[in-house]
Write a protein that binds this ligand. Structure first.
Ligand code: IPD
Ligand code: CA
Ligand code: CA
Length: 271
C-alpha cells in the first residue's frame, strides 16, 4: 500500500520546476487564450507551466492520468488522477503582482490523498499535505493561528465571478458580511488564499464559481489543519461538482468550526 510519499515528492519537484520557469518568465506575458469572457484568460506561461508539470509527473509515473485546467477532458473519478492548476491567479501574474500559485493534487480511491500549493514569488512557500499526516509549509508543520478566532475578528477573502451577471449576488453577500467580519479582501489566487485559511491568516474564504483544480490541494491542506470546507449550505463538497456541464462549486472554507458555522448561517439567510 502506498504512503503517497513518492507522489508528494514528485508533486513538489513538479511545482518547483514550473515555479522556476514562471519566475524566469514573469516579465514576458502574452495572452494566448480567452476562455469565453474577457475576464478569464490563459497566458503562454499557463500552458508552459502545465507542460512542465505534466512532464515531471509522467517521467516518474508513466501511466499517470490528469485533470488539468488548460486541457480539460472528461475524466473517470474512479481513476487515480493528478489534478493540476498550472497558475492559480493568472490575472495577478499577468499584471506583475506576485500573489499567484501552482496547485497539484493527487486523487486516489475517492479522495485527495496528497496536495501541493506552491507560491514561487510570495514567500516561496511550499504548502503540502498527505491525507492523515498533517499539513506543512516548507518544513514546518502548520499549526493554525488561534488569534482572531471569531468571524468578527477575522479577515474573509472572496472573489468576483468572471460571469459579470452574477456580480449582484456576490455584492449581496458582501453587504451582509462586512458588518460581521473585520474586513473583506480579494487577493486573486483561490488556492493560495485557501492555504492562508489553513495557516489562520484568513478566517474564511468563500466563492461562487471555483473549480476542482482551484481547491483540490488546498482543501486537503485546510482539513489537515482542522479547518472546514463545504458547499455554501454547509453540506459536504463534491470537488468535481458541475453546473451546466462545467466544473463549478459554491465553496466556503474556514479555519475553525466556530467561524464556519457563523458564515454558513449568514449565507443561508441569503438563499
Ligand atoms: C482563478 C483564481 C481566482 C478565482 C477564480 C479562479 P485562475 O483561477 O483563483 O482568484 O476567483 O475562480 O478560477 O483562472 O487564475 O487559474
Ligand atoms: Ca485557478
Ligand atoms: Ca489557472
Amino acid at each position: 500500500m502506498t504512503d503517497y510519499k513518492k507522489e508528494l515528492a514528485v508533486a513538489i519537484e513538479a511545482a518547483e520546476k514550473a515555479g522556476k520557469y514562471l519566475v524566469e518568465n514573469s516579465d514576458r506575458i502574452s495572452i494566448s487564450d480567452y476562455k469565453g469572457s474577457t475576464h478569464d484568460y490563459a497566458t503562454e506561461q499557463d500552458l508552459q507551466s502545465q507542460f512542465s508539470i505534466l512532464k515531471t509527473i509522467k517521467d516518474a509515473f508513466p501511466e499517470a492520468k490528469f485533470l488539468t485546467e488548460e486541457n480539460t477532458e472528461e475524466v473517470d473519478t474512479n481513476d487515480t488522477l493528478w489534478i493540476v492548476d498550472p497558475i492559480d491567479g493568472t490575472r495577478m501574474f499577468a499584471h506583475g503582482i506576485y500573489f499567484y500559485s501552482i496547485s497539484i493534487a493527487l486523487w486516489d480511491k475517492g479522495e485527495v490523498k496528497a496536495g501541493v500549493v506552491y507560491a514561487p514569488q510570495y514567500g516561496k512557500n511550499m504548502y503540502t499535505a498527505i491525507k492523515g499526516g498533517g499539513a506543512f509549509v516548507n518544513d514546518s508543520k502548520i499549526v493554525t493561528s488561534n488569534k482572531h478566532d471569531s468571524l468578527a475578528q477575522s479577515l474573509v477573502a472572496t472573489a468576483f465571478p468572471y460571469e459579470r451577471d452574477m456580480v449582484d449576488a456576490t455584492m449581496e453577500r458582501m453587504k451582509l458580511l462586512i458588518h460581521r467580519c473585520e474586513d473583506i479582501v480579494r487577493l486573486g489566487s483561490c488556492a493560495l488564499e485557501n492555504v492562508i485559511v489553513a495557516e489562520g491568516g484568513l478566517g474564511s474564504y468563500m466563492e461562487r464559481g471555483p473549480k476542482v483544480w482551484d481547491i483540490a490541494a488546498a482543501k486537503l491542506i485546510i482539513e489537515e489543519t482542522g479547518g472546514l470546507c463545504t458547499n455554501f449550505d454547509g453540506t459536504p463538497l463534491d470537488i468535481f461538482g458541475k453546473k451546466n456541464g462545467k466544473y463549478y462549486l459554491e465553496f466556503v472554507s474556514s479555519k475553525n468550526r466556530q467561524i464556519h458555522e457563523e458564515v454558513i448561517e449568514l449565507l443561508s439567510s441569503l438563499t
